[in-house]
Write a new protein. Structure first.
Length: 139
């Protein structure tokens, strides 16, 4: 790379407050729906997924709703915000593609990271059990 090009790149980076690491760490996130699973791929690698079911109206809710179960972020991708991103994409997909307005899930009381994730993405406690909470999110 010529010196003039390098100087121009450095000026652009300083104007936009971009560092070399930011330029090299571009992530391509891809949200997919596949056979009752929501999946998040980053740079074509599966990083997080959760199962789901569409439930019929019942004693708790008088409309169809979505249940999530077994949300997991694979170990090497944890603590990077991928589960939160996946949940946000699920909200959008559920509202816009499934035309549903309610999501429910169960979280173990002994899993504070999961509990905090759900509460920080807008879930509320619907019911409390001995070892878990039933949470809901109204869209």
């Amino acid at each position: 790379m010529s010196k003039d090009v390098r100087i121009l790149i450095d000026k652009i980076k300083s104007i936009n407050n971009i560092n070399e690491e930011d330029l090299n760490n571009k992530e391509e996130k891809n949200f997919q729906v596949d056979k009752n699973k929501f999946k998040l791929f980053v740079n074509n690698q599966l990083v997080a997924e959760t199962g789901y079911n569409i439930e019929q109206p019942d004693n708790f809710f008088n409309e169809k709703y979505l249940t999530l179960f077994n949300l997991k972020t694979f170990e090497q991708f944890q603590n990077k915000g991928y589960a939160k991103y996946l949940i946000q994409q699920i909200f959008i997909y559920t509202k816009n593609n499934l035309n549903l307005n309610l999501i429910s899930l169960i979280v173990d009381k002994n899993n504070p990271k999961a509990y905090n994730l759900y509460m920080n993405t807008g879930f509320e406690i619907f019911m409390e059990y001995e070892d878990s909470y039933a949470l809901i999110k109204k869209l």
